[in-house]
Design a protein around this ligand. Structure first.
Ligand code: HEC
Ligand code: HEC
Length: 269
């Protein structure tokens, strides 16, 4: 009797071992669990797609973050960033941190490996011509000042996320890129990016790269658009092939940079 029971338990034990061992090897992180953690703990500040909001920066497509190792990311999440709004999540279990890092990699597109087939030469022409990207963005010292330099934007971002950044406006307009339209005291209409303001003054970055300060009381018109200056109609203005060409151009551009220069920010281990 006893012996039978022993053998039965042993069989269950073995069965459990056979079932769980490969699971431990294969699925060390759980991106679905990570997605839940992200939605409850991170998206309020970083946006549900991780591309930033009013309270926290872009951690999905920003190169400074995508280039960090899993270990660096875990450390940041565990300890937070002292003196900033980034809290410590030391109360997560280790799995929780690993899972949220795994989900962050999904948002960053690191888990996909689709290649881009665009034609860089055609992309360059579009960038500086028809698509007008260079009115606002710079690549290798050529182009506009009002938006970010895209020279090495392509490093560390998947083509899908890159495409998203071009055709789909972020859910929350990041601080420092809202478009405002004003009419000056002399009747001059100006559009630019709202950089800062207080009760009296407003500072607007204009396309020439200048920061212009105006006393609000002198303006004839001041309207906050609540929208980014980044055009939202590229999905219809450009064909999928044209977008691939532009991405191809920017990927080539990023690959021609010394890797040493890519990471300026150093982080303690
Ligand atoms: C209360 C708002 C808030 C919440 C909630 C929050 N963050 Fe942050 N996070 C910030 C801010 C602000 C920064 C910018 C810190 C700085 O100035 O370097 C930041 C920065 C980061 C960075 C980059 C750090 C760096 O050195 O640039 C990562 C990665 C990050 N957060 C991940 C997360 C994750 C993952 C969660 C959820 C578990 C989370 N954050 C929740 C506000 C928040
Ligand atoms: C009228 C100005 C303007 C034009 C034209 C424009 N952009 Fe933008 N773009 C912006 C602004 C403003 C942002 C948001 C803040 C920033 O990155 O400076 C932005 C953001 C982006 C981002 C995300 C950057 C990041 O760090 O997350 C990418 C990628 C981008 N633009 C690519 C393009 C491409 C490609 C074109 C041409 C097809 C283009 N933009 C045309 C103004 C512009």
């Amino acid at each position: 009797m006893n012996r039978v029971r022993f053998i039965v338990t042993l069989q269950y034990r073995l069965l459990a071992l056979i079932v769980t061992a490969p699971m431990c090897l294969m699925a060390q992180t759980d991106t679905a669990a990570g997605a839940k953690i992200f939605a409850t703990n991170c998206s309020g500040c970083h946006g549900s797609d991780g591309r930033g909001g009013e309270r926290a920066p872009n951690i999905a497509t920003s190169r400074n973050i995508t280039s960090l190792s899993d270990k660096d990311l875990s450390n940041i999440i565990r300890t937070g960033v002292t003196g900033s709004g980034m809290p410590s999540f030391s109360f997560f279990e280790d799995n929780g941190i690993a899972n949220v890092v795994a989900y962050l990699r999904v948002l960053q597109g690191k888990t996909s490996n689709s290649a881009i087939t665009g034609n860089p030469a055609a992309g360059r022409e579009l960038f500086f011509g028809y698509a007008e990207c260079s009115n606002c963005h710079m690549v290798h010292g050529e182009g506009g000042y009002i938006a970010s330099d895209l020279t090495d934007f392509a490093s560390g971002i998947s083509p899908e996320n890159f495409r998203k950044a071009i055709i789909q406006a972020p859910e929350v307009v990041p601080a420092g890129s809202q478009r405002v339209d004003i009419v000056t005291a002399t009747g001059h209409p100006i559009s630019g990016v709202l950089r800062s303001e207080d009760n009296f003054d407003i500072v607007i970055l204009t396309r020439d790269g200048r920061f212009n300060r105006y006393a609000k009381s002198t303006l004839r018109k001041l309207s906050y658009t609540g929208q980014s200056l980044m055009p939202t109609d590229y999905k219809t203005r450009l064909s999928p092939n044209q977008i691939d060409d532009i991405i191809g151009y920017l990927m080539l551009s990023a690959s021609s940079i010394e890797p040493v220069n890519r990471r300026q920010k150093r982080r303690p281990e």
